[in-house]
Design a protein around this ligand. Sequence first.
Ligand code: NAD
Length: 415
Amino acid sequence: MTKFSVAEMARQQVEKAAEAMNLPKDIRTILMCPKRILRTTFPIKMDDGWVQCFTGFRCQYNDSRGPTKGGVRYHPDVSEDEVIALASWMTWKCALVDLPYGGAKGGVICDPLKLSERELEKITRRFTTEIMPVLGPDKDIPAPDVFTTSKTMAWMMDTFSMFTGHTVPAVVTGKPEVLGGSKGRKQATGRGVAIITRELYKALNKSLKDARVIIQGFGNVGSFAGLFLSQMGAKIIAASDASTGIIDPKGLNISELMEVIEKDKALDAYKKGKKIARDEILYQDADILIPAALENQIREDNAGKIKTMVISEGANGPTTLEADAILEKKGVYIAPDILANAGGVIVSHYEWVQALSGMYWEEQEVNERLEKKLVKTFKEVWDKAQNMKISLRTAAYVVALERIAEVYKYRGIFP
Ligand code: NAD
């Protein structure tokens, strides 16, 4: 059996939109190739005194619209293939929400749950040093992703600053507020998922009141998406993380679940609700599914079992192309990742602007700007989908690719 390639899936998503919009062949050729991939293997002295080697990547997919932007992931399944896919999705996402950025992504192959804080700090500082030549506030700006946090960003910022000789707050986003992190950044991706779900519901003439929601992946994105959706009137009936699934048809208490994660790191420490097998929560009877864990979760082999008529993609790449086709036939509406989870990079952009200007905004200003941008982008995507009779995913790609194609029209192709 050929191994599933997430980068190939990302390429096919672009091809599909390129066909629908008749994108010029030269532009298609350019957009199929990542601009730069840095691979590094480096030694770390572990707490037990032995040395272990770790491998990491940074891919800068396309920088035609500005410096590249994208998270850093720590996970055992990180690979060059995955980093390329994630960097390409960042490229289309930044263009879709019209930020002056290209797309990047990085990652280190490791299992953060088995590493001490000291080991994680050493890995972060050494990885930052290895990718220093391509980093910088006007070159490439990392942010947190799976199993990286504001603390990881603080270590990256400090390491970069030590080598530069002065403090450079704009080199990363998602930092602690005391180091210049933006108010509202931690909640931004989940808040964006909730806003886009609300807008999709509005467009479908439905009310979120008592809408039943399933959240796969109760991490940063999933937990805040759940919190904001419950504030909008929806009921979170099931949630999962890597450790377990939990279900309660009457509605889970999101604040309590967040406290458990803060304290015990995993949902299986939660004593209320009924535990179910982690992957079973995808197939429960509900109205909205929020995949907010990892890519390749909704596939040809399980898409038919999903009962919700709306899916809002908090994670990047949770749905394969084959699953997309099955769900489209069933009439399921999918708010695609590059739209639904764009809240994070939008507020990261605000953080970068604040760091460069030295002027810091109140949370209300951040949230109002985020809301306005997402509502406007949703309408653009919805209208494009209606006018061209295409899915919301393809419509989102068409809007993004039109913006990038316009850039090449003026910049040309060097030399
Ligand atoms: P996180 O590390 O905070 O949370 C990930 C969660 O998924 C954890 O709770 C983990 O236990 C859970 N998980 C892992 N495997 C699982 C499985 N098989 N089933 C159920 N749960 C599982 O990471 P995050 O920042 O919330 O990122 C989640 C997704 O959102 C990723 O795809 C990421 O690329 C995407 N994303 C994140 C941001 C951001 O701002 N953090 C922005 C855009 C997109």
